[in-house]
Design a protein around this ligand. Structure first.
Ligand code: ATP
Ligand code: MG
Length: 401
């Protein structure tokens, strides 16, 4: 990797500019980014937190294809560009169109027809980390809105509405744990956009000045609402007054839906119940914008000097700098055996340049070992977030990892 002094001119979003300058991503074109070694490590850390929490509620990981069979989407009317206006479609040699997956309800529902026939096959939930393609009109927000982006999408399958409700509540708890672990404390569950889904879907909104959404909240933030649901009956139901709600910009990091029969009906996902009667499968779906989450974290915690990663998603814990011959040798010694936690800046560069890059890259701790600190038997450990430096005995240095 290399850091850059300036962000590319066409990168107007702060997350895109900082992530590019610090060597996390490379912009191919508007809304399309490559993840470089540091960036990929952040993505993997985010995925692992999500994976652990979804496995804990019984989710099974799968990976579905990106190329989509139009026949399935025609059954729900969603291959039409009028119905879904963000399709990327491509011609197949020999004729015909394929779609590039914007989401996966249709294929997953169809796939499960091969695995669900009896009530004994239910319930279960599957999820994936998958690249989605969407021809978004605006793609000027860095990795917050991609035309190609990483999503976690989970789908659950149930015999009854009560069972769907129960699982939905479990997912809500899992999501609360996920966003807390990601360090995104200011993430709230809100009612999603109006229409028939208002009661059956929720969004997860992180307060963020550059977020594209607007949310309304009461003083203790026990009620956080999307703009679309500020209806008098909703407010009355929640016991809040419009004039008592403050407003802020926010980014949607996830959302969850009780789909019920929305896809299982048109695609014919059925099962035979205990009384030998055919029934339609109840479904739920649950999304998290993995690459958007990385952009939100980058935006939310960055300061004037660069990125500031929460420990849980930082690509490495420590940025290590050795100064002088003995300092470099001692740093090398500390690095050996801890390669997965330490980014060792062993470039032939001035310490000042290394310190500036340490701040730009934003790992939680910077460790400096020099001839001078060795004379004291210590290393200098600086916290990126606060800028505070403390001395740690060289023989105790591993305790900071
Ligand atoms: P938005 O309103 O931001 O377009 P959406 O309602 O279209 O989101 P879903 O289709 O439900 O989103 O996707 C699930 C999650 O994927 C969203 O909550 C969001 O975090 C993320 N996401 C959606 N579109 C994008 C995008 N273009 N780039 C990056 N992440 C996205
Ligand atoms: Mg969208």
């Amino acid at each position: 990797m290399k850091t850059l002094r300036e962000a590319p001119k066409d990168e107007t979003a702060r997350n895109g500019a900082l992530l590019t300058r610090a060597g996390y991503v490379y912009k191919e074109m508007a809304g399309v980014y490559d993840f470089l070694p540091l960036g990929l490590r952040v993505i993997e850390k985010i995925k692992n937190i999500v994976r652990e929490e979804l496995n804990a509620i019984g989710g099974q990981e799968v990976l579905l294809s990106s190329l989509q069979n139009p026949e399935l989407w025609e059954k729900t009317g969603r291959f039409s560009d009028q119905e879904v206006d963000i399709w990327f479609k491509t011609e197949v040699t020999g004729g015909g169109l394929l779609g590039l997956a914007p989401t996966h309800e249709e294929p997953i529902t169809n796939l499960m027809k091969s695995f669900v026939s009896s009530y004994k096959d239910l319930p279960f939930a599957v999820y994936q980390f998958q690249t989605k393609f969407r021809n978004e009109k605006r793609a000027k927000s860095g990795i917050l809105r991609g035309r190609e982006f990483l999503m976690k999408d989970m789908y659950s399958f149930h015999r009854t509405e009560e069972d769907l409700d129960r699982y939905y509540a479990k997912v809500e708890k899992a999501y609360a744990r996920i966003f807390a672990r990601l360090g995104l404390d200011e993430t709230y569950e809100t009612f999603a956009s109006g229409g028939i889904f208002a009661k059956y879907s929720h969004e997860y909104q992180t307060f963020l000045p550059v977020g594209e959404d607007t949310v309304y909240y009461n003083s203790d933030k026990s009620v956080v609402l999307n703009e679309e649901v500020l209806l008098p009956e909703v407010l009355a139901d929640l016991g809040v007054k419009r004039e008592d709600l403050a407003t802020t910009a926010a980014a949607e990091v996830g959302n969850i839906f009780k789909l019920k029969f929305k896809y299982s009906e048109p695609l014919g996902l059925k099962f035979i119940d205990e009384k030998n009667t055919q029934q339609t499968v109840y479904m739920g779906c649950y999304g998290i914008g993995i690459s958007r989450v990385m952009g939100v974290i980058a935006e939310k915690f960055a300061d004037g000097k660069g990125l500031v990663w929460p420990k849980a998603v930082a690509p490495f814990k420590v940025y290590l700098v050795g100064i002088g011959e003995a300092g470099i040798a001692k740093a090398q010694e500390f690095y050996t055996g801890h390669e997965d936690e330490i980014l060792f800046d062993d470039r032939d560069a001035r310490p000042g340049e290394k310190f500036a890059d340490a701040e730009l890259i934003g790992l939680p701790l910077r460790v400096v070992i020099s001839d001078r600190t060795i004379a004291e038997g210590v290393a200098e450990v600086t916290e990126r977030k606060t800028g505070e430096t403390r001395k740690v005995a060289l023989d105790k240095l591993a305790t900071i990892l």
